[in-house]
Design a protein around this ligand. Structure first.
Ligand SMILES: [Ca+2]
Ligand SMILES: [Ca+2]
Ligand SMILES: [Ca+2]
Ligand SMILES: [Ca+2]
Length: 398
C-alpha cells in the first residue's frame, strides 16, 4: 500500500491573503506548493491503509493555522487489486457517448453537434484539443470545435456512403500548467443514413430457359446492391415484375425469376423482354427504385416434327436405269434451323423390299433426295408405292 511520488491532492484555503500565503507540511514525506497542491516527495507507505499528517498555513495577516490531511486507501469497486488513495487524483478515463450527425446536412454551417466535457473541467481551468480524420487528417475540415468548452460543430455536408464514422481523439489540458488533466478520450461521430441511393442491378440481365417448360421453371436470379445503410430498410430491396406477367414471376426478396406457364414457344417469340423494378424500403411506395430490362432467351426444344409440304409425290422413270435422282422431297420444320431439332432423317418404310431405292438428305436444303439405285423392271411392277418417313435427328419432345 504505497502512494507513488508526485501529486497527491490539493488543499483549499479561505480567508487568507493569497499573495502572502505559505504552506508547510509537518510530514517530511510531503511538501505543499504555494497553490495548495500536496506532493509526495518519495513513494510513501501506508501500512494501516491510512495516513494522517498536518499542513500548516499562514499569511502576513495572522497566525499559522493547521489542518489535518487524512489519506485513506480505498478498494475500488471493479477490482480488488487496484487501490487508490482517496485524495490522490488520478487521470481519469473519459469516453463521451458517440455523437450522431445526419448525412447530407444542409447549410447554413456550422451546425452544432454536441459537447464533450471532461469532468476535470469542474475543478480546473482546462482547454481541449481534438484531432483525427475530419479535423486535421483527411478528410479535412469536416468538424470544428471550441477548445474552451468542447463544443463540436459540423462544417460541411457528409456523405455516409463515403464516411460512415469518424474516430477522433480529444485531450484535455490544464490551462495553468499545460499539463494533461485526463487520459485522451475517443470521440466517435456516427453518420446516420438517409435513403439517398436507389438500388442498382448488378450481374447478368440475360437468361436462357427451355421453351415449353412447365410453370415454376427457374429462369435466373437478379442481383442488386444499394449503397445505403445495410442495417436499415434503406437498402432492403424488393423486386417486382412490370411486364411479362403472363409468362414470368419474380420472387420479391430473392430476385429469382421463374416461369408461370408452359406455353412459352420459341417458334412464336424467341426472346422476351421483361421489365423488373428493384425498390428499397422493402418495396414501400416511398422507396427509391430503379428498373431494368431483362432479356429471356428461349432455348429451342424439338417440339415440331418435320412435315412434308405435299403428299403424295408421283415420279416417272424409265426401266433399266441404274443410279438416278428421282425426286426431291422438301420438309418443313419450325424448330431452330441447322440443329438436330431441324435436321431431318429420311427412311423408306415401305415398298423398297427389293432395294431399288435409296433416300439421302441434302445437307444444304434439308430435302430428302430419292434415288433409284437398282434398275427397275416394268414387266415386274409398272408402279411402285413407296412410303417415306421423315424424323429429326433429335428425339421429338412431346
Ligand atoms: Ca436506398
Ligand atoms: Ca445514404
Ligand atoms: Ca423439329
Ligand atoms: Ca421448338
Amino acid at each position: 500500500l504505497t502512494i507513488p511520488a508526485g501529486y497527491v491532492t490539493k488543499v483549499e484555503t479561505s480567508g487568507c491573503d493569497p499573495t502572502s500565503l505559505w504552506f508547510s507540511s509537518k510530514d517530511p514525506s510531503f511538501t505543499v506548493r504555494s497553490d495548495g497542491v500536496i506532493i509526495a516527495l518519495r513513494s510513501v507507505t501506508m501500512e494501516t491503509g491510512e495516513r494522517t499528517f498536518s499542513v500548516g498555513v499562514h499569511d502576513n495577516n495572522g497566525p499559522e493555522s493547521e489542518m489535518e490531511v487524512h489519506l485513506v486507501y480505498k478498494r475500488t469497486r471493479k477490482t480488488n487489486e487496484k487501490r487508490e488513495a482517496v485524495l490522490r487524483r488520478t487521470k481519469r478515463h473519459w469516453r463521451p457517448a458517440p455523437f450522431h450527425i445526419l448525412e447530407n446536412g444542409k447549410p447554413p454551417f456550422p451546425i452544432y453537434i454536441d459537447q464533450f466535457v471532461s469532468d476535470s473541467s469542474q475543478n480546473y481551468s482546462v482547454f481541449y484539443t481534438l484531432r483525427g480524420p475530419g479535423i486535421d487528417e483527411y478528410p479535412f475540415d469536416i468538424f470544428s470545435f471550441n477548445s474552451e468548452n468542447g463544443k463540436l460543430y459540423l462544417k460541411q455536408s457528409v456523405d455516409r456512403e463515403e464516411y460512415s464514422e469518424f474516430h477522433l481523439t480529444a485531450r484535455v489540458f490544464d490551462k495553468v500548467n499545460q499539463k494533461e488533466r485526463d487520459n485522451p478520450a475517443p470521440i466517435t461521430v456516427i453518420v446516420d443514413d438517409e435513403n439517398d441511393n436507389a438500388p442498382e442491378f448488378i450481374g447478368p440481365l440475360q437468361f436462357v430457359v427451355d421453351e415449353q417448360n412447365g410453370p415454376g421453371t427457374l429462369v435466373g436470379q437478379l442481383k442488386s446492391t444499394d449503397r445505403d445503410d445495410p442495417n436499415t430498410d434503406h437498402s432492403r430491396v424488393q423486386y417486382k415484375l412490370l411486364s411479362g406477367l403472363n409468362y414470368f414471376a419474380i420472387h420479391p426478396k430473392s430476385g429469382t425469376i421463374t416461369t408461370v406457364t408452359n406455353t412459352l414457344d420459341r417458334e412464336t417469340t424467341d426472346k422476351h423482354f421483361v421489365i423488373v423494378e428493384a425498390r428499397d424500403r422493402e418495396g414501400a411506395a416511398n422507396g427509391l427504385f430503379t428498373t431494368c430490362t431483362v432479356t429471356i432467351n428461349l432455348r429451342d426444344v424439338n417440339d415440331n416434327p418435320p412435315t412434308f409440304l405435299k403428299t403424295p409425290y408421283k415420279a416417272t422413270i424409265a426401266e433399266n436405269i441404274g443410279e438416278k435422282l428421282l425426286l426431291r422431297i422438301p420438309v418443313e420444320d419450325k424448330d431452330l434451323i441447322n440443329t438436330p431439332n431441324w435436321i431431318s432423317k429420311f427412311i423408306i418404310t415401305k415398298g423398297n423390299e427389293n432395294g431399288n431405292f435409296r433416300i439421302d438428305r441434302d445437307p444444304a436444303t434439308n430435302e430428302g433426295c430419292l434415288y433409284v439405285t437398282k434398275p427397275l423392271d416394268y414387266e415386274v411392277s409398272p408402279i411402285v408405292r413407296l412410303e417415306v418417313l421423315a424424323r429429326n435427328e433429335a428425339e421429338l419432345n412431346s
